[in-house]
Design a protein around this ligand. Structure first.
Ligand code: GDP
Ligand code: IMO
Ligand code: MG
Length: 427
């Protein structure tokens, strides 16, 4: 009954897509449990590069069934274009299952996301503008539209009316925008119903039966621990729970079923959008990490903010997710630095603090306390085992493992499937 959760241990873009794809060939189901097309997961297979937003990365493994769980928010137009893009490249997507309880990102949710951000001005979150926050807000306010609503036009119309009632008042009177017509929205949504019908399923039942039948299920998180609505750097977060508990609520699987929780951890740190980031670099080291690491957003094309590895955050991710393992990615990007600083604690108002402070004011004032580790200059992209790594690279990995509180079971030394050092098997 092995059920594994694979999630981001930092602020997203840790390399979850590559890690999921790597395991995809050995698992029966890959399940997205939260978020939507705010995610951008890059998978490199041979000379082919895929950018996935909404589909689980397991879609590229022919033996695996990809599942969009109830906790995900689905933009039907994005989903259909992602599917047809993959079909054109010869990828079979017919096994996809979508929960009938997943919420739909409607066109008005996208509008509200964009106008709200504009209205916030310099206080903006820097969202991806994909309608994620407003769709989850509608879900919690109980005026959301679910995938199953597409199959009953009368109920759908009533629900869209209910959702637009208040929103149109706000759009016209506060934001000075035109009202959105109920009929137009309903017509657009009904237009997706038939195309999505072959995929819609009771995914909770399917997944629980699969676990009873000893199938291997992998839950793939979007975003990352520090972007979690409860455990992240609120309000500079996304509107869902990428942390391990989100896999249970977002897929309908009990916590007793989860056997392993793997945190994907970049060998340095990046962040997109606004919010605190203690180890952020504004100098040529930051520019070099961005350039060598190709740190540009897959979804929005924005440059990622870059900084040194932060062990305080990694320890926090271990704690809030109950991590059993880390998958350390992008170690190759650090090749060439003579010395590599690693943040081991913070200094806050003259005090040394070892753990992530719960107070937002403290976190905003946190200054990194660095320990410097010796670097390496040898090319590591061909390394196949831990012992192939230069001594200093081995020591860097061991130091990170010690500081972060869980074993590093795999190391990424390049973007390709085979550019990975496996230390402990995940299955
Ligand atoms: P995700 O959102 O967590 O799936 O990560 P992204 O795909 O947004 O960003 C990670 C980027 O790093 C992608 O371009 C990957 O192809 C690339 N990548 C993943 N692992 C490695 C690695 O070990 N080394 C290098 N050089 N690139 C990697
Ligand atoms: P993957 O899955 C990095 C960030 C946005 C913004 C905040 C809220 O590729 O790791 P949202 O549109 O979700 O309401 O934006 O969250 N964000 C991500 N940053 N990687 C992601 O996904 C992200 N998804 C959202 O930049 O700061
Ligand atoms: Mg990404």
């Amino acid at each position: 009954m092995p059920a594994l959760v694979l999630l981001g241990a930092q602020w997203g873009d840790e390399g979850k897509g590559k890690a999921t794809d790597l395991l995809g060939g050995s698992v029966d189901y890959v399940v997205r449990y939260q978020g939507g097309n705010n995610a951008g997961h890059t998978v490199v297979v041979g000379d082919q590069k895929y950018a996935l937003h909404l589909l689980p990365s397991g879609i590229l493994s022919p033996t695996c069934t990809p599942v969009i769980g109830n906790g995900v928010v689905v933009d039907p137009s994005v989903l259909l274009s992602e599917l047809s893009g993959l079909n054109e490249r010869g990828v079979d997507t017919s096994k996809l299952l979508i929960s009938g309880n997943a919420h739909i990102i409607t066109p008005y949710n996208v509008t509200v996301d964009k106008v709200t951000e504009r209205f916030l001005g310099k206080r903006k979150i820097g969202t991806t503008g994909r309608g994620i926050g407003p769709t989850y807000a509608d879900k919690i306010n109980r005026v959301g539209i679910r995938v199953q609503d597409l199959y009953d036009e009368s109920i759908l119309t009533q629900k869209v009316e209910a959702a637009l009632d208040v929103k149109n008042q706000i759009l016209t009177k506060l934001y000075n925008r035109r009202a959105i017509a109920v009929d137009q929205v309903v017509e657009e949504l009904v237009g997706y119903a038939e195309k999505l019908a072959p995929y819609v399923a009771d995914t909770v039942l399917v997944l629980n039966q699969a676990l009873e039948d000893d199938k291997v299920v992998l839950f793939e998180g979007g975003q990352g621990t520090l972007l979690d609505i409860d455990h992240g750097t609120y309000p500079f977060v996304t509107s869902s729970n990428p942390t391990a508990g989100g896999a249970c609520t977002g897929a309908g699987v009990g916590p007793t079923k989860i056997s392993r929780v793997i945190g994907i951890l970049k060998a340095y740190t990046t962040r997109v959008g606004a919010g605190p980031f203690p180890t952020e670099l504004f100098d040529e080291d930051g520019d070099a990490l961005r350039r060598i690491g190709g740190e540009r957003g897959v979804t929005t094309g924005r440059d990622r903010r870059c900084g040194w590895f932060d062990a305080v955050i990694a320890r926090y991710a271990t704690r809030v997710n109950g991590l059993t393992d880390f998958f350390l990615t992008k170690l190759d990007v650090l090749t060439g630095w003579e010395q590599i600083p690693v943040c081991v604690a913070y200094e806050i108002d003259g005090r040394r603090v070892e753990e992530l402070p719960y107070s937002q004011s403290d976190f905003h004032h946190a200054k990194p306390v660095y320990e410097t580790l010796p670097g390496w200059s040898e090319d590591i992209t061909k390394a196949k085992s831990f012992s192939d790594l230069p001594k200093n690279a081995q020591n860097y990995v061991k130091a990170l493992e010690e500081m972060s509180g869980a074993p590093i079971s795999a190391i990424g030394v390049g973007p390709g499937r085979d550019e990975t050092i496996e230390i402990n098997s995940f299955l």
